[in-house]
Design a protein around this ligand. Sequence first.
Ligand code: LHQ
Length: 266
Amino acid sequence: MTQPAPSSDPVILSRTQAGVRTLTLNRPDKLNAANDALLLTLTAELQAAGQDPAVRVVVVTGAGRGFCAGQDLGDVAGRDMTFTEHLQHTYNPLIRTIRGLDKPVLTAVNGVAAGAGASLALAGDIRLWARSASLIEVFSNIALVPDSGSTWFLPRLVGYHRAFELMALAEKVGAEDALRLGLCEHVFPDETFGEEVQRYAERLAARPLHALALTKRALQAALSSTLDQALDLEAELQQLAGDHWEHEEGVTAFRARRAPDFRREG
Ligand code: LHQ
């Protein structure tokens, strides 16, 4: 019997334009369902983008009509890892990398985001959706528990009760409802989605990156802190921001009545 030829298509496509690195999940025939190679490569690409001074903003999106259908269910049989090991080895480092990256990560949800793909869609700092995109907390269809951060993200966005309902019934949330529920920040037409995402990302790339990295850190810490702790952390981080050249540039530009240039190195 002939063996299928090994695919030479990269599981993640990477391109950089105007400071925006776009990482595209590239298994379109399976709605970009995730196998280990996809998850580990995406995590490594995100880490590399974090280290690359030419990259100011990272976009994660999907090739074809899906964003990510979650775990590739054809890739789980005969696995020598437990569920726990699998998550700790692949999905959890991915979500931690996104949340910990010192650069804004946009999830550009071009189509269906299901299971761990829904978690990935929610993990972006800013979530941009195409009009035909959708999200399904599909885990209960195969009698699993939501993972990859869904149990953390979703109740913070929609409250405990709606989160439980979405998870229990695995109902599809369309773009209009996602916008209303706070699962995404913007919805763009399918036809112009790629251009709109790039334009949005370039707008963000012109912002003061060091200050945004500190803002990301402060907001995430505040999600599990007291007001007292948040006030202390703000005071600490404000010193780092105030000592940075970006702050001087912002104030100088304001006084000179010109636009600040945060893209230059200080
Ligand atoms: C797929 C998949 C898929 C393989 C579509 N795998 N092929 C973590 C750690 C450990 C273990 C388990 O899980 C996890 C986390 C998880 O993510 S669990 C959740 C896993 N994901 C799912 O259960 C989703 C399964 N997929 C679906 O429910 C549907 O495909 C959705 C609702 C995503 C899209 O429906 P449709 O738009 O009707 O598309 P389709 O079902 O026709 O799919 C298109 C193709 O993609 C099809 O292949 P084919 O060769 O027939 O064209 C599907 O088999 C394939 N595909 N999801 N997860």
